[in-house]
Design a protein around this ligand. Structure first.
Ligand code: PBG
Length: 356
């Protein structure tokens, strides 16, 4: 309960810090200050003991872009330190991820071929299905999150099939459910639909349950905005829409009540984890979602947010490590239990020996 600052017990708070009467101004504080918040900030160990929010490597999910062929490690120009990786290289990357103590990765695919229906997304020998089988066998304890969407696999770059110039919702939902099933059968521990079609969480839950995958959780990108901060990701995945934009299915960045409605619907349909995306420009939304539902909540610290910090650091304008940790901590403070972030490896190295 909030303290009653109008009560007598807090009288000194109301009067103690008032500026002295200008006529009597001597440059001195009058009387004794009962409350000095700086007392708890003076010693590092004490600051740590009163710290309200903690950032741990065990809360981070590291995104991987998996591509065909072998021995491919192609850096994404707008995302320094992030690569398109062939499956063998993804294995090497995951070895490091595990050594750093990062508990989870989320996989995105760059297919051999794109087509109108995004069929490599749900083909049993598609890039992600193959990557999941290899990674699960190598790293049984690493949590494999599979992003479920069609935009990386469609020739037009939209998140579903196009009918009459628009993404057809219900037909797309059937394909997405199938994609989630293929990923679950290939070794995904969690499926994460990011398409923003209506009713997809329910359809995925039903199909997974009917096929014996009742134990696979759904991390739903319940609140995903039509954001310009996805630019570098679309370069990495080659998923920029070839016509129009995603505003007909992703949310308007102006809305937050709508975020609560989206989140409520996904929970009703069986979502286990709610995701808010992007993170930094939407901390208010994250906070509202966490406060409203009190369910495990994740935030996606997206490609554009990563690129901005790197660009400013390269120009010598910001301290990379400090700004990165502050950004991640802010996302935690706003309400995220988990953070999907390209910073995961760098953050893990810094967090290993410290208690941020
Ligand atoms: C796929 C998807 C996108 C991102 C995650 N999943 C791209 C999009 O919606 O255009 C963006 C992630 C990022 O920018 O880091 N639908």
């Amino acid at each position: 309960m909030a303290p009653d600052f109008s009560s007598n017990a807090f009288k000194h708070l109301r009067t103690g810090f008032l500026p002295p009467d200008p006529e009597e101004h001597t440059g001195e504080l009058k009387g004794s200050l009962l409350h000095r918040p700086r007392r708890l900030r003076r010693l590092p160990a004490l600051r740590e003991m009163v710290r309200e929010t903690r950032l741990s490597v065990r809360q981070l999910v590291y995104p991987l872009f998996v591509c065909p062929d072998e021995k491919v490690r192609a850096e994404i120009p707008s995302m320094p330190g992030i690569f398109q990786l062939s499956i063998d290289e993804a294995v090497r990357e995951c070895r490091e991820v595990v050594e750093l103590g990062i508990p989870a990765v989320i996989l995105f695919g760059i297919p051999e071929r794109k087509d109108e229906a995004g069929s490599e997304g749900y083909a049993e020998d598609g890039i992600i299905a193959r990557a999941l089988r290899v990674l699960k066998a190598e790293f049984p304890d690493l949590l494999l999150w599979a992003d479920v969407c069609l935009c990386e696999y469609t020739s037009h770059g939209h998140c579903g099939v196009i009918r009459g110039g628009e993404v057809a919702n219900d037909e797309t939902v059937r394909l997405l459910a199938h994609e989630a099933l293929v990923y679950a059968e290939s070794g995904a521990d969690i499926v994460a639909p990011s398409d923003m079609m209506d009713g997809r969480v329910g359809a995925i839950r039903r199909l997974l349950d009917e096929t014996g995958h009742t134990h696979i959780p759904i991390a739903s990108y319940a609140v995903k905005y039509a954001s310009a901060f996805y630019g570098p990701f679309r370069d990495a995945a080659g998923s920029t829409p070839q016509f129009g934009d995603r505003r007909g299915y992703q949310m308007d960045p102006a809305n937050t009540d709508e975020a609560l409605r989206e989140a409520a619907l996904d929970l009703q349909e069986g979502a286990d984890i709610l995701l808010v995306k992007p993170a930094l420009g939407f901390l208010d939304v994250l906070h509202r979602v966490k406060q409203a539902f009190h369910v495990p909540t994740a935030a996606y610290n997206v490609s554009g947010e990563y690129a901005m910090i790197h660009a400013a650091a390269r120009a010598g304008w910001l301290d990379h490590d400090a700004v990165m940790l502050e950004a991640l901590l802010s996302i935690r403070r706003a309400g995220a239990d988990m953070i999907i972030t390209y910073h995961a490896r760098d953050a893990a190295r810094l967090l290993r020996d410290s208690t941020a």
